[in-house]
Design a protein around this ligand. Sequence first.
Ligand code: SF4
Length: 464
Amino acid sequence: MIELLPGREKQVVHTGDAGGKPAEMACGKNSVAGSVSQRACVFCGSRVVLYPIADALHIVHGPVGCAAYTWDIRGALSSGPQLHRNSFTTDLQEMDVIYGGEKKLEAALLELIAHHSPKAAFVYSTCIVGLIGDDVSAVCKRVEAKTGIPVLGVHSEGFKGTKKDGYKAACDALYNLIGTGDISNISPHSINILGEFNLAGETWILRDYYKRMGIEVVSCLTGDSRIEDIRRAHGAKLNLVQCSGSMTGLAKMMERDHGIPFKRVSYFGIEDMSTALYEAAKFFKDDPTIMYRAQKLVREEVAAIYPELQRFKQKLIGKKAAIYVGGSFKAFSLMRALRLIGMETAIVGSQTGDKEDYKTLQEMADPGTIIVDDANPLELAKFCLEKDVDLFIGGVKERPIAYKLGIGFCDHNHERKEPLAGYIGMVNFAKEVYASVASPVWQFAPRRVKRAALLSQTPLGDFS
Ligand code: SF4
């Protein structure tokens, strides 16, 4: 058993400890001070949601460090404009803190809009703006009147809550655009894809599936998106929400104000990918050909990848994995995808899961699995040692933890270059997991060398 930081006891459970029933977990609360949480700040939460809107200007009102921290953070691809890949900032300095940064922000916005002609601008408030009290909304209003494009304040002061509050700030800003475009020529069989960010081109894979089924994708929020499409999003008949932590709030607002129902889906793994397609087909039951096309698509795609997955399964069977991701819905899919290739999940956690999510995770997990909310590097490292995992699935902040411990790593977050969504994504996932887990490099990791030496009673040599 490992020691936890005081105050974190209710955010970690071992499945089975509560006598077979899921234990009630604490979650959705501020990180314990000094824990160096893996969770990002409010500002970062809003930035990752809005970043992929490719024809908008994104300006960080704050110190240059906040802008550098989130520069090109998603790695989200665009099929057209690349303006989103810049990280503009007002670079607030001491004098701005004393006298205020509103004039600087207004001048920066006017100059950048004149130079880049974006379709809209997002202005992100950071910690320091919350402290000095700049009226960002007033500046946005003035610049909007002068330039004629939407200029939207994102109220994402870093200290004011959790990453989830950043998602909400981003969705509030987005919602100002939805409902302002022409929806006259939208198909009766149309959807919006919410919470999909086009990492490594995943949005394009999904768009292709829906096109093959005869469904129009009005907008994707926000992977490879354009302001004009977002303005028309209220014309879709159904919202499919993938990253539930970030976009369920927006889906609920659209249901309330525009009558668009929503479904939670996931595009990772064969099971969840197929369910996502069938859910959409079931919704449009007035046209049975959509279901027929969905079934044909699933049959063809699964038949094409199944033999290769079986080959990986033979090599990976019995290996153990740790999962630590942003939203817990992704964790559900990853657990299922790992099972498909013969692997066990020994640790699973998220930054933003809620009580229901953690209950589901406990029900899905094998007895003794560690479930953790809002973890920190120390805990994750200790859990990995306790469970002796072969693979860590996480993001940029978890990669060094895995490598230092001599554990294989699979990036399932912002930085990856291979698509992991869809059927082709499942094969890529299996390939990446196998390549990392089976890499010969881990035999040279000090921890493994020491263990091998102990087992064989041979000297440690240079590795001691
Ligand atoms: S907004 Fe605050 S917490 Fe977030 S990166 Fe900037 S200074 Fe750090």
